[in-house]
Each structure stands twice: as C-alpha cells, then as structure tokens.
Design a protein around this ligand. Structure first.
Ligand code: SF4
Ligand code: SF4
Length: 458
C-alpha cells in the first residue's frame, strides 16, 4: 500500500487526534522528513484509564497503527511511549511485539516500547514527550515535525488501523466514566450519545445530582458542563468525570475570570512558584508565568513579549491547580490574552526560538502524579478499579456534532427524513478546507440537521 492510499483511507474514515483537540490525522500523515513516530500512551491526566486499557486490550491495533503511520511518513523508528506502572499495557504491547518480531512488517517498520519510568504531569504534553523520548526540543510554538517526529495518541493509532485495514470509520469513542458513579468503567460509546446516558452506563450518580458536577475530559484540562443531557460524545471525549461540588477540581473550574483577576490583584506576591514549576518554562521557553501576573493582576505595564508569551502556554493548568500557594492562576490571564491577541489579528512572529536550553533543575521540578492527585482531592477515584467494558452500547438517539476537530465544521450530506446506516457518511468538510468526515454512529432516521449537529433516531 502506498503512503497516499493510507492517507486517503484515514481521511475517508474521519480519523482525528483522539487525545487532544482533534487535529485531522490525514494532514499529519502527509508530513515528510520524519524519522521517528511516537505513540503517546502516557495518559497523564488523573482518573482517566481509556488509553492504558486500550493498549492492554488491543495492542495489535496500536502497533498496526504505528506501522501504518511510519509507512505513511517514511519514518524508520517507532516508539510506543507508555508509563512503567501501566503494567498490563506494557505486558500486552511487549507480547504483541514479540509475536510479530519475525514478520516482514516488523522488519520494515520496527517498533519498540519506550518505558516512561517516572509518573509525572504533564508527561503526555507533546513538547515534554518528544523531549523525554528523543532528547529533542520542539521550538517555541512549534510542532513535533519541526524536529523530525510525529506523535499520535494510542486511540488515534487504533482508529488508523481500523480505517486502513477494514475501511472502518470513526463512529465510537472509548470513554472513561469515573468519580461519583456507581460502577466506574470505560465504555465504547457511540459518538453523539448524551452524557447523561453515558453516566447511566456506569450505574448513574451515587448521590443527588445537585451535589455533583459533571466534567468532560480530565481533572486538569477538562471543563464542567452545565447540562449533561444536552452534551454529547465526540471523537475527542476521553473522560466524563463526576465530582462533588466541594471538590478542588470543581471549585477551581467554576471560578470566573473576574474572580481569578480579583484574587490575583489581592494576593500575588511574585514568589515565582508558578514559573519554576511550569513545564514549558522548564524546557527553556521564553516566558515566565509570574510576569503575566504583574500585568494582569497589577495592571503594570510590562514588555509586549510578556503579554504575547501567552501563546507559549499549553494550558496544562499546573500553575492554577498545583504550583501557586495562593490559589492564583496565571493560566487564566494567558487564556484571556490569547483571546485578545486573536481578536486583534496578532500573528506570532516573536516566539519561535529554537535555541532552547532546559532548566538545570528540571528533573527535580517535575510534578509527581501522586502529589497532584492528592492536591486535587481525587485520590480514591484515581486509584480504585475502573472496569473495561466493550459490550455493545445501544442507544436510540444520537446528536452528532459537526465540529469535533480542528478546522472548519463539516457540512451535512444528508437531510431531515433520510434513513442512514451505521457508518454512513453524514457530513464532510467543504472542498479544500481543513476538517474531517463525520459518519452515523447508529442506524436510523435523520430527525434534524443544523449547522451545528445532525440528530439521528434509531
Ligand atoms: S501567581 Fe502564585 S505562584 Fe505565581 S508568583 Fe503569584 S503567588 Fe507566586
Ligand atoms: S498552564 Fe500554567 S503551568 Fe501550564 S504551561 Fe501555562 S503557564 Fe505553564
């Protein structure tokens, strides 16, 4: 199979980055001058399990996906980066690699495990992961391909394997449901299924929903949702968490920008803890979170580069949730600044340094997951068993979002009243625009079409 055929099948199946914002995968696979493909199996967000369970249950798909990506981009090194303490995943992947070692594919596209010994946050951030695995430093505001690497989440790799070998489109998503639910588990949910129905799959809430909040994503990079009945699963939904309203994560996520600003003005003592623990600052990126606090909290005039340095913040939330002893949030100021820069049409021609030197003390300043978990008050949910349940999920209605990816929304190719089968193409991006195809996750009748979503009833 040629690279072009792999890319075409991935594009047809609507594969997008499963671990992040949903960058269309076929575009990443068109990269050239790549020598290394890294599978991101770090899964560093507390409470989530879907990636480690996928690696343990379907190592064949992850490794097949790796080899297809290597073939597509012409890379000769493939490394599956997985934390040492994800023991079942490590064992399953190693067994799979051993069983394939004499095959033609394995000789042409050799894949090895890269064991991440320390469990730290945010190990899965692409800049941190590429440095950990290869020692290469992605330039400020750059991409892994700037240093000859392609990074793919393990869920994306499984979807690539299914798309290329079986023509299977992305219609389902492994989602971990954890927290205050009766039976925490990971399920393979149809895209478009509402959160409240997904929570019911895990036995429902343990107490009055009025005492709980639902979070989509992880406790660090996720966000609370106002109405779980009107939010639906997308290709990038890795977790639905249910936490008590008094929990640290909920408390922080519920605070408004005004409240963050008020706290910053009242309290920031410029201690620099946010800066010395910032993962991007530790890689040598030219920004210092405590400096944005001077500007944001004190209205002090600072150099423009302090403000535009916002583009270097990866929004890992470490400064807000862990580093600052006074519960302040440089990240919120950076997010605000990013919005203002975008609204002003600002283009980044400042922050592209590639002569980066990691901080000498970086190793000692990486934040252990266990300490973060304790700070977030999610210890029991992080460590208790979460079942892996691959049984078929039946649902009689889905509302499929047309914007599950980076780029422009997909446009419907079906109309109200049409009958569709599961896996049928229902929307695609306009010709020549960045985006991804979208397919029906259940068979049924299209009951509504808008510029935001398509609803299907089975
Ligand atoms: S935001 Fe917090 S950690 Fe950062 S300088 Fe101010 S008080 Fe220190
Ligand atoms: S969220 Fe905070 S800790 Fe994370 S990169 Fe941004 S400034 Fe640094």
């Amino acid at each position: 199979m040629t690279s072009e055929e792999i890319v075409a099948r991935v594009q047809a199946a609507g594969v997008v980055g499963a671990g992040g914002a949903g960058f269309p995968t076929h575009v990443k696979l068109a990269a050239r001058n790549i020598d290394t493909v890294i599978a991101n199996g770090a899964e560093c967000e507390p409470m989530l399990r879907c990636d480690q369970q996928l690696m343990a249950s379907h190592p064949d798909l992850v490794i097949r996906g790796m080899r297809l990506v290597m073939q597509a981009v012409g890379a000769k090194v493939g490394l599956v980066a997985v934390k040492a303490h994800y023991a079942s995943a490590v064992q399953a992947l190693q067994q799979e690699l051993d069983s394939q070692k004499d095959t033609e594919d394995a000789r042409a596209w050799p894949v090895k495990l890269y064991i991440i010994e320390k469990s730290v946050y945010p190990a899965g951030d692409e800049f941190c992961l590429v440095y950990e695995v290869t020692g290469r430093l992605i330039p400020e505001a750059g991409l892994p391909l700037n240093v000859g690497c392609v990074v793919q989440n393990v869920g994306t790799l499984a979807n690539i394997a299914l798309a290329v070998d079986g023509g299977v489109p992305v219609t389902h998503r492994y989602v971990t449901i954890n927290g205050e639910v009766r039976s925490p588990k990971t399920v393979n949910a149809p895209i478009g299924m509402s959160f409240d129905k997904v929570i019911a799959l895990a036995g429902g809430y343990t107490r009055d929903p009025g005492e709980l909040r639902v979070i989509v994503g992880g406790p660090m990079t996720g966000h609370t949702v106002a109405d779980p009945a009107s939010e639906t699963i997308t290709k990038t939904t890795g977790g639905i968490l249910v936490l008590p309203t008094e929990n640290e994560v909920v408390r922080f996520m519920s605070r408004s920008l005004e409240a963050w600003t008020k706290r910053g003005k009242a309290s920031c003592d410029q201690c620099r803890d946010c800066t010395v623990l910032c993962p991007r600052h530790l890689l040598g990126h030219g920004f210092s979170p405590h400096e944005i606090m001077r500007a944001g909290a004190y209205d002090i005039n600072v150099k423009n580069s302090v403000l535009t340095g916002a583009v270097l913040c990866c929004e890992c939330r470490l400064c807000e949730a862990y580093s600052c002893p006074l519960e302040l949030s440089p990240m919120q100021f950076y997010k605000k600044m990013k919005r203002e820069l975008a609204a002003a049409g600002w283009k980044n021609d400042v922050h592209h340094r590639s002569d980066l030197v990691p901080d000498d003390s970086r190793e000692g300043r990486l934040v252990p997951t266990e300490r973060l978990v304790a700070r977030l008050g999610v210890g029991k949910y992080h460590s208790w068993p979460v079942a892996w349940d691959e049984s078929e999920v039946r649902v009689d209605r889905v509302t499929v979002s047309l914007k599950q990816h980076i780029g422009v929304p997909a446009q419907a190719v079906v109309a109200q009243g049409d009958s569709v089968v599961a896996g049928q193409l229902i929307a695609s991006p306009p010709e020549g625009k960045l985006g991804a195809n979208i397919h029906a996750s259940i068979a049924g009748r299209v009951v509504s079409v808008s510029d935001k979503s398509i609803a299907i009833e089975g």
